[in-house]
Design a protein around this ligand. Structure first.
Ligand code: PMP
Length: 441
């Protein structure tokens, strides 16, 4: 009897448990490149040029500000602060960005602090995208845009940057990757709600020119489309290039949300302090998402970032400014990595900005064993093989394309050069040794 009872009980339990537990919005977005590659790097790498974070410390003034906030007299810094941003931080961000944009910003309505740029992006998609809306994403793109649009019920529409061959004998530059204006225009339509712009762009390091931004701006105006402008690498531009804020172009302030991150700005990615700047007509809706999801990020971290910006405002444009020094240092690191890669025949695409450099591996193609019947792009197999066999971690470029386009760009890998000189030297040693092994019989 008791056997029968258990049997029927387990049957009815099974019946109850057979319906999916996950919401439909999670379908197809469960895989994540970072989970996979961060684990591979942790297991196998001796030199990690994969995920984008510096292995050098943040500047002393920022660490000292954090310590002061943590152990100073004001113990209220250990408690909740204002949900939409710690008042000293939103005030200085309003002043700082007000100066950059040449307009008066209200700290309470034109600025909102987020848990890293990630949460800023999440708030934008949740706040603006309805079922059936389309969001234009320029490929290659920071991978989270696609699942975030889908989770909001929207449809991502992709438009590629297409590489054009450089002049003979020259290395390619990220500036050689361009949109086809007619192709871009063809993506805008009735359903287009927003475009995501990421300049300087992760992974290519492309810094969009004024002409390219004007093209996007004109289309946004013509079709009444919003611009989600991910500018987390705004200070990391090289060779005297200028980072132009699309919100500063005619007609764009009212339809743009600027997204930034203290992680990249002050080399402290683990603090997870980010922000949005924009008109209240847009930010009021970001606040609705924010207040119904994450209350805020750590008060002490916000206080320290506020002090960092106060220092930078005083030193704006001066040689001692961190925003002047950091790109100088990174440009040097970029050049070391360019040399290392060029010397072994992994052709670097010289980035105009960001932490990243993409290299063409088609001529370097190595003895990576083929995986029969696998539709995994070659660059992904190569990057996995490289970390397992050579101890060097990088990210396949195909990770920055949508599923349908992954195999169009499958012979590039992305390296992060925001690393100590010793790390870049160790990478160079691995590459040199590898090259020798390949050439010696
Ligand atoms: N946008 C881009 C383009 C990024 O590269 C990153 C981080 N790699 C983010 C947003 C997220 O930034 P945060 O760490 O501040 O959340």
């Amino acid at each position: 009897k008791s056997f029968k009872l258990t049997f029927f009980l387990s049957l009815s339990l099974q019946a109850k448990m057979s319906r999916p537990v996950q919401a439909r919005r999670l379908e197809g977005i469960d895989k994540n490149i970072w989970v996979e590659f961060v684990k591979l790097a942790a297991t196998y790498s001796t030199v990690n040029l994969g995920q984008g974070f510096p292995d050098f410390p943040p500047p002393d003034f920022l660490k000292e500000a954090f310590v002061r906030a943590l152990s100073g007299e004001n113990h209220m810094l250990h408690q909740y602060t204002r949900a939409f941003g710690h008042p000293p931080l939103v005030k200085i961000l309003a002043q700082f960005f007000g100066k950059l944009l040449g307009r008066d910003l209200d700290p309470m309505t034109n600025v909102m602090v987020t848990v890293g740029a990630y949460q800023a992006l999440f708030c934008c998609f949740q706040a603006f995208v309805d079922e059936g809306d389309e969001v234009i994403i320029i490929e290659p793109f920071f991978d989270c845009y696609e699942p975030m649009v889908k989770m909001a019920g929207g449809t991502p529409v992709f438009v590629p940057l297409r590489p054009k061959a450089p002049e003979d004998g020259k290395l390619m530059s990220s500036a050689d990757w361009q949109m086809d204006p007619a192709e871009l225009a063809s993506k805008f339509g009735e359903r287009t709600k927003a475009i995501v712009l990421n300049s300087p762009n992760n992974p290519l390091g492309k810094v969009f020119s004024r002409g390219e931004l004007e093209l996007i701006a004109d289309l946004c105006e013509k079709h009444d489309v919003l611009c989600i402008s991910d500018e987390v690498y705004e200070w990391l531009v090289y060779d005297g290039k200028e980072h132009i804020r699309i919100a500063s172009l005619r007609g764009m302030w009212n339809r743009t949300v600027i997204i930034g991150s203290a992680g990249k700005t002050f080399s402290a990615t683990g603090w997870k302090v980010g922000w949005t700047v924009g008109p209240n007509r847009l930010l009021q809706h970001l606040r609705t998402v924010h207040q119904n999801s994450v209350y805020h990020c750590a008060t002490v971290a916000q206080e320290a970032v506020a002090q960092g910006f106060q220092r930078e405002l005083k030193l704006y444009g001066k040689p001692e400014s961190y925003f002047v020094q950091l790109p100088k240092e990174l440009q040097q690191k970029r050049d070391w990595l360019v040399q290392s890669l060029d010397a072994v025949g992994m052709k670097p695409i010289i980035p105009e900005g960001t932490y990243f450099l993409v290299a063409d591996i088609s001529e370097f193609k190595s003895n990576v064993p083929d995986v029969p019947d696998s539709d995994e792009p070659y660059d992904s197999r190569f990057a996995k093989w490289m970390v397992k066999n050579k101890g060097l971690a990088a990210i396949p470029l195909s990770a920055f394309y949508c599923g349908a386009h992954k195999n169009n760009y499958n012979h590039f890998i992305r390296f992060c050069f925001a690393k100590e000189e010793a790390t870049l030297k160790a990478a160079n040693d691995i590459l040199q040794k590898w090259k020798q092994e390949k050439t010696s019989p």
